[in-house]
Design a protein around this ligand. Structure first.
Ligand code: BG6
Length: 265
């Protein structure tokens, strides 16, 4: 499975994730949409591709999807260092990515292990979640009020969020720091509410390329920006520092709390 990118999540037959109609699935580049796994770098990287190699590397399917006693469906993927990863980042590592599907919920549990006896490693980790929304301008995101953010659309200047709920009405690319464990995203158009619950992900990135930037992205349709909103739980404004022989764990739960009134497509 290339990139371990979750490309679809349906609740009551309603798709929750955005995937561009121009997305490429050839395994050579990251899939434009769904939930790409960003590791070990967030953003441009002098050693390899932007956002690291995990989203363009073949992962192992450790445990194919299986129904558990309680009705949940679980699948486990893993990624270990190999020649390709070491050519960019010369560290040993083992990542376990456990996905659990439950009614109206999708859980992501990540473990990164550093098997080295002497090398400490530092990395970024982020789940680049592309939500499918009826109209991004009419989405509200809670949990950002008072948080400091780096605005990548303004030369990385730092600001503090003054709004109780954040809406996106222009090119937006912000790294909010020390965000709370929970965000609620409301689609005002349909009334649908989704909760993002995160653990050990101190940052939340909000991204939408808007009109001009969308045109610059080859695998993104010019007219698609109103229908996506990236809300990305990550550990990116400071790196994870992982000592030899230790593991880092983080998780995210997406949960539909109100389905809203959406026409079925
Ligand atoms: C976001 C970044 O997470 O990902 C943006 O904050 C970036 O700066 C966007 O443009 C998309 O990145 P990519 O590599 O998938 O085109």
């Amino acid at each position: 499975m290339c990139g371990a990118t979750v490309v679809s999540w349906r609740v009551n037959n309603q798709e929750q994730l955005f995937v561009s109609k121009l997305a490429s699935f050839d395994g050579k580049k990251a899939i434009r949409g769904g939930i790409p796994f960003v590791f070990p770098q967030f953003g441009p990287w002098s050693f390899g591709a932007q956002h690291g190699f995990a989203r363009i590397t073949r992962w192992n399917l450790e445990r194919p999807p299986e129904r558990l006693h309680n009705g949940d469906v679980e699948a486990i993927f893993s990624l270990m260092d190999n020649e390709f990863t070491r050519s960019m980042w010369n560290y040993q590592f083992r990542i376990t990515y456990r996905l659990i599907l439950r009614e109206k919920e999708l859980h992501f549990h990540i473990g990164v292990y550093n098997p080295s006896k002497e090398l400490t490693m530092t990395f970024n980790l982020l789940l680049h979640t592309y939500l499918k929304v009826p109209d991004v301008r009419r989405c509200q995101i809670t949990g950002l009020h008072g948080c400091t953010f780096m605005d990548k659309t303004r030369n990385d200047a730092m600001y503090q969020e003054g709004r109780e709920v954040v809406t996106v009405n222009e090119w937006t690319d912000r790294i909010y720091q020390h965000t709370p464990q929970e965000h609620i995203i409301t689609n005002v158009v349909s009334g649908r509410k989704m909760r993002i619950h995160k653990y050990n992900f101190p940052d939340t990135v909000i991204w939408n390329p808007w009109i001009d930037k969308a045109r610059e992205i080859g695998d993104f349709g010019d007219d698609e920006f109103p229908n996506m909103l990236c809300v990305e739980a990550g550990h990116v404004s400071s790196p994870v520092i992982l000592l030899p022989g230790t593991a880092f764990e983080a998780s995210q739960i997406l949960q539909i709390i109100i389905e809203g009134n959406v026409s079925r497509k």
